[in-house]
Design a protein around this ligand. Structure first.
Ligand SMILES: C[S@@+](CC[C@H](N)C(=O)[O-])C[C@H]1O[C@@H](n2cnc3c(N)ncnc32)[C@H](O)[C@@H]1O
Length: 296
């Protein structure tokens, strides 16, 4: 709930602290701005100009939920949660401190809720620019606060307030991640690697993973974060046609292939297929750039 994370939220306009008002039906900042909490439990924290991006549609969020509920990506979720444990251990974060885990582009909250279940007493900020995702995030775990915000803007979070950030197949803002992390805090990023879903590319005509994605990501983090480790996570999945349809429905390919064309390509597939899942889990640690950034 938003009350669990209110001590880390900040006014998107000027960064001043937010607090709950009128039984948490509104969040108000010290500077006097007010943000209504939607009845579904999420809050939109954007400055007066609104949001420039929309993120995933309702259909994409539902397809994501269908696919993930099949457990096909379980090794990915285990790897992300293990990365959070390692990040907290590396930084000697005591669990009784109720560590704050921010997931950016959190989608349905599948990854964040698993991590919160595994890290006792942790609290989660599920941030996504999609209102449809935010509705799911608000329900995904009792210790999650759901926030609609754009990762390319100033994040509505206080300086040095977040113990670990996870980003799974979603956009990353290195400068803002550096600002909101505690000294020594880490970012855990899962990015698709070449070979991911390869067996589906030709028969369905879906987009491939660009080469050297991780290298390009590291350029953006240069000077702000040090690489801690980067591990390949690869496993086979047995997918039936419905699962494949859900996988395509939650991906950018959904925007490129018309529904009728997709249905006919899916109908031509065998009843089940073995498909490779392949991604890189990268851990990055905040580099101190001022005395306040240094771990004590
Ligand atoms: C590929 S999905 C991944 C969702 C989730 N991490 C998962 O793997 O199940 C990318 C997510 O990032 C969100 N997103 C896209 N652009 C964004 C932005 N500018 N700021 C915040 N979230 C964004 C989308 O709405 C979507 O939920």
């Amino acid at each position: 709930m938003l009350s669990d994370i209110i001590d880390v939220l900040a006014d998107p306009v000027d960064g001043s602290p937010l607090s709950g008002a009128d039984d948490f039906t509104r969040l108000v900042s010290e500077s006097g701005h007010s943000y209504d909490v939607a009845r579904q439990g999420y809050v939109t924290l954007a400055d007066g100009s609104g949001l420039n991006h929309h993120g995933d549609s309702m259909a994409m969020v539902l397809a994501r939920e269908t696919f993930l509920s099949g457990g096909h990506f379980a090794p990915f979720v285990e790897a992300v949660t293990a990365g959070v444990h390692e990040a907290l251990e590396d930084n000697d974060v005591p669990l009784q401190a109720r560590p704050v885990i921010l997931e950016v582009g959190a989608g349905t909250g599948y990854y964040l809720s698993h991590t919160l279940d595994d890290v006792a007493d942790s609290r989660g900020v599920g941030l996504d620019v999609s209102v449809h995702a935010a509705k799911h995030l608000a329900k995904c775990h009792p210790r999650v606060g759901s926030v609609v915000a754009d990762v390319w803007e100033r994040l509505p979070l206080r300086d040095g307030s977040v113990d670990a950030i996870t980003v799974v197949f979603a956009p990353r803002n290195a400068a803002e991640f550096h600002r909101v992390l505690t000294p020594g805090g880490q970012v855990i990023v899962l990015t698709a690697e070449q070979g991911h879903l390869d067996e589906l590319r030709e028969p369905l005509g879906i987009l491939g993973v660009q080469e050297a994605k991780v290298e390009r990501m590291m350029e953006k983090f240069d000077g702000l974060f040090d690489l801690v480790d980067a591990d390949l996570v690869e496993f086979p999945m047995t997918l039936d046609r419905d699962s494949i349809a859900a996988q395509i429905g939650m991906s950018p390919s959904a925007r490129h292939i018309g529904p009728e064309e997709l249905a006919s390509r899916l109908a031509a597939l065998p009843p089940t297929m073995t498909v490779t899942a392949r991604a890189r889990l990268t851990r990055l640690a905040k580099v101190p750039r001022s005395p306040e950034d240094s771990p004590s």
